[in-house]
Design a protein around this ligand. Structure first.
Ligand code: HEM
Length: 362
């Protein structure tokens, strides 16, 4: 620990404690039980227990919301900024290593996109928050990954408006969730203990100022399969687009989106980057960005959103999105993706059951 020695004289006792605890927390979460599989996945000890604890904690929070409000909402990305109809057109002449799975054949699909905030409360759009873009592509053939939805015909891609996620794995998410739920000193302690990595990411994650969800870039942050390759994906507004950003009310996001689509259209390039340098592009740590300099994003499809009136709130609310609505060629990868498999299903089933709504796909 000589490296720490020169620091104590300049750093306060608290800072030293913080540094030590952040090192301890890093060390604690890297015990592996399985050798890496072909896609580089390594399942750490305790992941199943952490996943079960998370699913239970989130179910409890959704139930508490229902008991209080008489309606069960999503525990995250609760506020919709609009559900819109779109087409998803796979481009022609793709590089052969990218022309896999859904991208193997140039074709146009109908799709729905739900734009959302990040937090579990339907807060004012001026507040710092993440933004979500959940894409559901219809009419996709082939067996699907989820046991009880194998014959479904949808492929979902979920994104958020920041290139990396803010925790590395299930155990870290449990610790974060506990601190965030505890609030006050617990949260300050967590933020301080993660001062050199996760905390700056969280500030970046929730710090983007967006006035219209159609005018923002989105990233998967977690990896997925691309046939025999591994990929991350991203949606970027098409070049030369113009955006309506007139409203500045508490609901400016949905108001600007609705105003734009009342007369005009919007579009996004859907792009993928492949895992060209495995040593620098981890599967099990979505807090690490895959550098575009080493693996540029390549457009593989175009999302076209024609002029329209967005879906009514009820229809939009009832939909369920999960990265696990997928064909095997795009299986989500890594610990955070494995957590989401159980959590999203558990929460979607609970909120539909509590609200007496049918859970239909799509
Ligand atoms: C362990 C990590 C995560 C947990 C526990 C989690 C939890 C959740 C939950 C409970 C929902 C609501 C599901 C529903 O009620 O239907 C949700 C929705 C969502 N999550 Fe996550 N999430 C995680 C990681 C991520 C990551 C890495 C992304 C990055 C793209 C992401 C993007 C989204 C989006 C876009 C939605 C909204 C989907 C919709 O519109 O219905 N989440 N998440």
């Amino acid at each position: 620990m000589p490296h720490i020695a020169p620091f104590p004289s300049r750093m306060s006792a608290l800072a030293t404690t913080l540094l030590l605890s952040s090192l301890v927390s890093c060390a604690a979460t890297t015990v592996a039980t399985s050798p890496p599989n072909a896609d580089g996945e390594i399942i750490p000890a305790g992941e199943a227990a952490a996943t079960a604890a998370l699913a239970e904690a989130i179910r409890t929070s959704v139930q508490a919301g229902f008991d209080q409000n008489g309606h069960a909402f999503r525990d995250a990305h609760r506020k919709s900024h609009g559900c819109v109809q779109a087409t998803f057109t796979v481009l022609d002449k793709l590089p052969s290593h990218m022309a896999q799975g859904l991208f193997a054949t140039p074709k146009s699909y109908n799709a729905v996109v739900r734009f959302s905030n990040g937090s579990g409360s339907s807060q004012d759009d001026h507040k710092n928050d993440a933004r979500g873009m959940a894409l559901k592509i219809m009419g996709v053939g082939g067996p699907k990954l989820l046991e009880d939805e194998q014959s479904a015909s949808t492929q979902d891609f979920l994104m958020t408006n920041h290139p990396v996620f803010f925790v590395r794995n299930a155990a870290d998410y449990v610790a974060f969730q506990k601190a965030a739920t505890g609030g006050g000193l617990a949260l300050t302690g967590w933020l301080a203990a993660h001062l050199f990595h996760e905390t700056p990411i969280i500030l970046g994650f929730t710090g983007h100022k967006v006035l219209n969800p159609l005018n923002s870039r989105y990233w998967s942050t977690t990896p997925s399969k691309l046939g025999s390759e591994q990929m991350k994906f991203s949606a970027r507004p098409c070049a030369g687009g113009t955006f309506v950003e007139q409203s500045d009310t508490a609901n400016r996001m949905s108001e600007n989106l609705t105003a734009q689509l009342a007369t005009g259209s919007a579009c996004f390039d859907f792009m993928v980057q492949t895992r060209t340098v495995p040593a620098e592009m981890p599967i099990e740590d979505p807090t690490i960005e895959w550098k575009e300099a080493k693996s540029p994003f390549v457009p593989v499809a175009r999302i076209t959103i024609p002029a329209q009136t967005p879906e009514d709130a009820q229809t939009c609310e009832v939909r369920s999105f999960t990265p696990w609505h997928s064909i095997a060629a795009h299986r989500p990868l890594g610990g955070i993706s494995r957590v989401r498999k159980d959590v999203y299903i558990a929460v979607s089933k609970l909120r539909h059951q509590l609200n007496g709504q049918p859970r239909i796909e799509p």
